[in-house]
Structure formats: structure tokens, C-alpha cells
Design a protein around this ligand. Sequence first.
Ligand code: 13P
Length: 304
Amino acid sequence: MIKNELSTAEIVKKAWRKRIVIPGFNIPYLPMMEPVVRALHDTDTFGLIMVARLEWIKFESGSMKSIRDEYEKLKDLRYTRLHLDHVPVIDEDNLLTDFESIIAEAIELGYDSVMIDGSRLSLSDNIMKTRRIVELAHTAGIAVESELGAVMGHESGPLPPYEELFASGKGFTSPQEAKRFVEETQTDWLSVAIGNIHGAISAATRTEKKIEARLAISHLEIINESVNIPLVLHGGTGIAKEYLMQSFKQGIAKINIATAIRQPYEKLMNTSVTAAQEAVYNEMLDIVHNQLEIAGSADRILKD
Ligand code: 13P
């Protein structure tokens, strides 16, 4: 039997146990949501519809409420849930945010899960602030994603050369810290840094092709053994497929995808919104069928 009344927490846990990845798709422009939901429906794939704080500040998603309203029109509970992506405590421009009231508002609006990103804080500060959000969200019965380690790329300055970054392991999530973080915060899902990077979002660089990232799979394996909760891979665009496939066997239960669907939309949005939406739909089919190979996942995840 297909249970479509399950919470996001329950669905992610089921997927994690079955080693099926759940993609989350960022919506920086409201008309992108329709082709994303349509593609999930047409391929029988379960996914999360997401918006991050920077997408209503630096892009055109409007607000958490406008995303929620659009989602209410389009949602199909067999295939979708609504997730609040990155609400940083310190943002990509190094400014403190009003993270607690943003997350409280999202819960009020009916978001099914939320993310607090305290990754720019010290470990103890990150633990303290994440724990507060976990208490808030769990009281409302919803799941929390948090982050430990540095997934770079959203900052406006130039990124250090990728090969250097990867070889040094600088910013990678420490398995020991992750164990302590998960125990003390009771976070439901943990976003990890293992060589993944975000696509650039500064106005000067957002149209650039993302470099192909790799993943430190043996490092992920150690994190996975230390925490034993669903792990999240940010920067999901353009990671070499062999690494992706291995990561799904090592605890990655959710992958965030933004740049891959945003760039085709932006290329056409000033010519024709309909054409831009079709470009998103076609990219979605490629992601689901070829890049992640998860067509049909709704059935596989949700059935007993
Ligand atoms: P990409 O832009 O690389 O797909 O990353 C998306 C992301 O991690 C959003 O949280």
C-alpha cells in the first residue's frame, strides 16, 4: 500500500534504509516549480521542493509565503514535500541573520522540514543554535537538517582551486565532531562536506559552468559509521556520477540540486517563460533518468 500521508521525516528514513536517494530541487523563480513537480509526477519519482533564504533575497522566489502558496497549488503528496533549505546563522556575505524567526515563520507556514546552517560557527555555537531549532521544529513535529563542515561556493569571493581543496580535505566534516554534533543536537539529517561545492550564485558568476566535483567516499564512510542518521549532499549539480552512486550506498539519503535546473531556466526566461519551463522539465528528466537513476522511486520508497 502506498502511504502518502507520511511525514518527510518518515519518508527520508525509509529511503535511507533502502539506500534510495531523495533529490531536493531549489526554486529561485516561482515558475520553475511547475515543471519540477510535473517531471516528478511523470517519472513516479519522490522529491522535495525547496527554497533557501538567498533565493528570496538574491533571486526571484519572492518569499517563503509565495513559495508555500505556489506549492499548495501544485503539490502531489505521492511525489512531493516542501522543505526550507539553507537558513544560515551567518550568511554567505558574513552577516548575521534572523535565523530563528525565519525558521519559526516557515514552521507556521506549514513547511514540512527545515534547515539551519550553522556551519560558519564554531562547533559549540553550531551545536547550541542547532539544538534550539531542533527543539522548536520537533515540538511542531517536523524534521531538521543541519550542516557541519564547509560546503563552499555561495560566497562572492573566488573559490580556492578545487584540486587543492579536495587534496587537502580542508573544511571536510570531521567524523568525531559529527558524532558529538548529532548526539548533542538530535538533528534528523546532517549535511556533510566531502568534496562537494555549491554552484556560484553571485551575479558575476552565476552563469558559469560548474566544475565537476568529486567525493571523498572513504571519508564519507567513516562519517556514516560515526553518526548513523540520513546524510545530505549539497552542491548536487555536476558531481561525477561514479561518486554519486557510491555516496548513496554510504548514507547520502538526500541530494540538493539548484544550478542544474536554474541555469537552463535563466537562459530562456527573458525570451519565453514557457520555453524556460520546458528546459527545466527536460533537465529534470535527464537528472531523474540518467544522472541519479531514480525514476520510479516514489513507489519503491513509499511501499511497505
Ligand atoms: P548546486 O547549485 O550545486 O546544485 O547546489 C544546490 C544546493 O546545495 C542547494 O542547497
